[in-house]
Design a binder for this molecule. Structure first.
Ligand SMILES: Nc1ncnc2c1ncn2[C@@H]1O[C@H](COP(=O)(O)OP(=O)(O)OP(=O)(O)O)[C@@H](O)[C@H]1O
Length: 308
C-alpha cells in the first residue's frame, strides 16, 4: 500500500468501490421512488435494471454455441421499474418462470420471495404425504407445513370458484387468529406458525391428544391454556423448534412438558426418551414437580445431576 503511487491509487479506487458496494448492499431492502430519485439511484447503482443490464451485457457477449451470433443483438430491453410492480406482476413473472430475477440486490430479494412462494406451493402435492409422514416432509424442507385450512384448500379438487371462496375463508380465519393473538398479547416470529388453541379440547380434535392427558389436566385443575401454552403447545405438537419468552409463573413448564409427554405417549422400557436440560437444580426440581403433576408418566421421570 505504501510502496508506490500506482498501488496507492489502486487501493483508493478499491476503497471507493467497496464503499459503493457497501452502500448498494445497505440499500438492498429499501424501496426507492425511482421516478423521483432516478439520478441518485443510478449514481449508487441501486436500480436493479442497471445491474441487470450490466450483467446481461457481459453474458450476452458470450457466443455460447459458436455460431458467431451473440445474444446481445437479440436481447430485449430490461424494464426499469420491475420492483415497483404490484403482486400481480410478480405472480405473472413466477408463472412464466422468470429468468431475470437472479441478479442485483432487488433480484436476490425477489428470488427469495419466489423461492418462498414456491416452497409454499410445493406442499400442494406434499400435503397428503405430510399427513402420512410429517417427518419426511420436515427432513426435505426443514419445515412441516402446518395449517390445516391450507391443506383443505390445496387438496380440494373443485373449480376456481370453490377455491376462491375457500381463500376468502382462509383470510377470515387468519383475521380471527390475529385477533386471538393480539387479545392475549402473543407475538410470533417464524414461518408457517400454527394457529393458537383456545382450549385444551382443541388439542384433542386438532392434534389427537389422548383423552387421558386431557383428563389429567382437568384433574390438576387446569381448565384452559395460558397464552404461552396457547401458542407453544401447537408448535411443539408439530415437532417444531421453539424459543418462548413469557413472564415467570405464566405456565412455560407445562407449555413444553405437555407436548413432550404427549409425544412419548406412555411409559416404555426403552431407556431415556427425552431429556430436559435446566440451568439450575431449583429449576430442574420445579420442572420435575410439574411433570409429577401430570401424573400419567410420573413414575418414569428422573432428575439427573451432573457429576462434579
Ligand atoms: N393452564 C394453566 N391453568 C392454570 N394454572 C396453570 C396452567 N399452567 C400452569 N399453571 C400453574 O401455574 C403455575 C406456574 O407455572 P410454571 O411454573 O409452569 O410457570 P413458568 O412460566 O414456568 O414459571 P418460571 O418462569 O418461574 O419457570 C404452576 O403452579 C402451574 O401448575
Amino acid at each position: 500500500m505504501l510502496t508506490s503511487d500506482g498501488a496507492t491509487q489502486t487501493d483508493h479506487a478499491a476503497a471507493v468501490m467497496d464503499a459503493f458496494e457497501l452502500f448498494r448492499k445497505l440499500g438492498a431492502g429499501a424501496k426507492f421512488d425511482l421516478k423521483r430519485f432516478g439520478q441518485d439511484a443510478a449514481r449508487f447503482k441501486v436500480a436493479r435494471s442497471h445491474v441487470v443490464e450490466e450483467s446481461s451485457n457481459v453474458l450476452s457477449a458470450i457466443d455460447y454455441f459458436g455460431t458467431g451470433v451473440t445474444s446481445k443483438s437479440q436481447s430485449s430491453p430490461v424494464e426499469l421499474d420491475k420492483d415497483d410492480g404490484g403482486d400481480e406482476e410478480e405472480e405473472e413473472e413466477e408463472e412464466e418462470g422468470s429468468e431475470s430475477g437472479d441478479s442485483g440486490a432487488g433480484g436476490k430479494r425477489k428470488q427469495r420471495d419466489e423461492d418462498l412462494s414456491k416452497e409454499k406451493k410445493r406442499p400442494k402435492s406434499d400435503q397428503v404425504e405430510a399427513a402420512d409422514g410429517p417427518l419426511k416432509d420436515t427432513e426435505r424442507s426443514g419445515i412441516t407445513w402446518t395449517s390445516s385450512l391450507d391443506r383443505k384448500i390445496q387438496n380440494l379438487p373443485g373449480d376456481g370458484k370453490e377455491k376462491s371462496s375457500l381463500k376468502r375463508m382462509k383470510q377470515l380465519h387468519q383475521e380471527k387468529v390475529n385477533r386471538i393473538r393480539s387479545r392475549h398479547r402473543i407475538n410470533v416470529h417464524g414461518c408457517d406458525v400454527p394457529d393458537p388453541v383456545s382450549t385444551f379440547e382443541e388439542l384433542q380434535s386438532e392434534y389427537r391428544l389422548s383423552p387421558r392427558v386431557l383428563q389429567t389436566l382437568k384433574d390438576a385443575g387446569l381448565t384452559s391454556p395460558t397464552p404461552v401454552q396457547m401458542q407453544a403447545i401447537p408448535l411443539m405438537m408439530h415437532g417444531r423448534e421453539l424459543l418462548a419468552c413469557a413472564p415467570t409463573g405464566s405456565g412455560k413448564t407445562l407449555a413444553f412438558c405437555l407436548p413432550l409427554l404427549a409425544q412419548l405417549q406412555q411409559p416404555a422400557n426403552l431407556g431415556f426418551r427425552a431429556v430436559v436440560i435446566s440451568p439450575t437444580r431449583e429449576l430442574a426440581n420445579q420442572i420435575y414437580s410439574s411433570v409429577l403433576q401430570t401424573d400419567w408418566c410420573s413414575s418414569s421421570s428422573r432428575i439427573l445431576q451432573p457429576s462434579t
